[in-house]
Write a protein that binds this ligand. Structure first.
Ligand code: UDX
Length: 437
């Protein structure tokens, strides 16, 4: 049953929350729950992360997170490497990773392990407790995996246990802002009581609350990410056509985005989408569809367009410089987007691997992501500055929209010649070619 509420009508009582998983979602959620006045225990298996959090130093960069940790750690926020915080908590939020397996299905082993541990630790303590899944999981996971794993390991306890699914819609780099100013709070629950308790946690946030079923909430998350990814691939497909007729797709999308039914957001054409979410979530939906006997051709084409864009970058390069073997190419930008050091599924990865396979000498630079990229691709030259990357190179590819790239101009005169191809529209100087513009 959908029970839409525009305002929170529930009284906000301070509750005790255990958050399993101190990664990007768990840590940001914990800090924001603490900011809302609740008592929060983060349960994280990596002791180094526990120590970092308890010393007020976030193990990841997220704008505003260090201020929240400084304000709440030791007061109403603490990290621990054991599950003892579960027994006295009113709610436990599962925020562990759900990475893709090589076959594109989702690895749910950490979800299962967390659920079992929560069940075991609910044997102690008393009172009503709600287990909330916040990790992005394929529809059906909470009902078919989490609930039995918790209940089978909590056999014989007297306390009532409710279940809910409460997806996050956090963008890396602005996750604290997204958490504290959500477009909507989606709560799927097994019963009204469980949903009410989860809803009360968010009291104080002025947001639309949508109360739906558990599997529907799991699907809202996937469908939202899939639609955002679809907008990007749509912009890229239109962009590829626009390039063929000498039209700047950014001018076109400004016109398209003025339609309130479309909105201007997520219509920026370029080298495609990366990150730990879009590629994984779209593929998870494809796999789910296939197991149901569907053929999700639209979702598969969203992925196909996205896989082609990095290849297009290399194709445009070879059209400009001819045989690539032995050429020296600067790749500026390694992170999957600006304001993060995350290189997961970065389009720069695809481009660099393609260039290496073609015998190109790659010189890479990124203001923050070099350490993470070096772990994945150790055998290319990493430069300390754009100037070092550009000096005497044959061409330059822009792969991340870092502001410092936007002001480059004279530095390009360090190159043998100004062959510059943008995968992200950041430059304003003359003589630039874009992947779709
Ligand atoms: C995304 C969703 O936005 C967020 O709601 C969800 O919870 C997690 O996944 P994130 O992956 O952090 O967030 O990054 P986002 O800002 O959405 O960008 C994803 C990728 O799409 C990046 O590679 C970005 O460069 C690319 N992108 C984004 C485009 O190519 N064009 C656009 O218009 C927007």
């Amino acid at each position: 049953m959908t029970n839409k509420k525009d305002q929170f009508s529930l009284e906000c009582e301070k509750v005790s929350i255990a958050v399993v998983g101190g990664g990007y979602v768990g840590l940001v959620s914990s800090a924001c729950f603490a900011e809302l006045g609740h008592n929060v225990t983060i349960i994280e298996i990596e002791k180094s992360k526990v120590e970092a959090i308890n010393s007020g130093k976030p193990p990841i960069y997220e704008k505003g997170l260090d201020d929240l940790l400084h304000k709440h750690v030791g007061r109403n926020l603490i990290a621990s490497s054991d599950y003892d915080g579960i027994s006295d908590a009113d709610l436990s939020f599962i925020c562990v990773g759900t990475p893709s397996r090589p076959d594109g299905n989702v690895d749910l082993s950490m979800i299962e392990s967390a659920s079992k541990s929560i069940g075991e630790h609910l044997r102690k303590g008393d009172g009503y407790h709600v287990v909330v899944v916040k990790s992005t999981v394929p529809p059906g996971t909470t009902k078919n995996l989490v609930m039995p794993a918790v209940l089978n390991n909590a056999v014989g306890i007297s306390r009532d246990i409710g279940f809910a699914m409460n997806p996050e819609f956090l963008r890396e780099g602005v996750a604290v802002q997204d958490f504290m100013h959500p477009d909507r709070i989606v709560i799927g629950s097994s019963d009204g009581k469980a949903g009410d308790l989860v809803e009360s946690v968010y009291n104080g946030l002025n947001s639309h609350v949508l109360r739906i079923g558990i599997s529907a909430a799991e699907m809202v998350k996937h469908a939202s990410n899939a639609l955002l990814a679809t907008k990007i691939s749509f912009a890229n497909e239109i962009g590829n056509i626009c390039k063929g007729i000498g039209v700047d797709v950014y001018e076109v999308m400004r016109g398209v985005g003025l339609d309130h039914r479309i909105s201007p957001h997520f219509l920026d054409a370029g080298a495609g989408f990366g990150g730990s979410c879009f590629p994984k979530d779209v593929l998870a939906l494809v796999r789910l569809g296939e197991t149901l006997g569907e053929d999700p051709i639209l979702l598969k084409s969203v992925i196909e367009v996205n896989e082609r864009q990095p290849k297009k970058m290399v194709h445009l390069l070879s059209k400009r410089v001819g045989d690539l073997r032995g050429k020296e190419v600067a790749v500026l930008g390694l992170a999957f987007k600006g304001d993060t050091d995350d290189v997961r599924e970065s389009r720069a990865l695809n481009v660099i691997m393609d260039l290496k396979n073609r015998g190109v000498i790659v010189r890479a630079y990124d203001p923050v992501a070099i350490p993470k990229m070096r772990e994945v691709i150790p055998d290319i030259k990493y430069c300390r500055s754009t100037a070092e990357a550009l000096k005497d190179c044959d061409a330059c590819l822009i792969m991340t929209e870092w502001p410092e790239f936007g002001i480059l101009d004279d530095e390009f005169d360090l190159m043998k010649s100004r062959v510059i191809i943008e995968g992200r529209k950041v430059l304003s100087c003359k003589g630039i070619e874009g992947i779709c513009w």
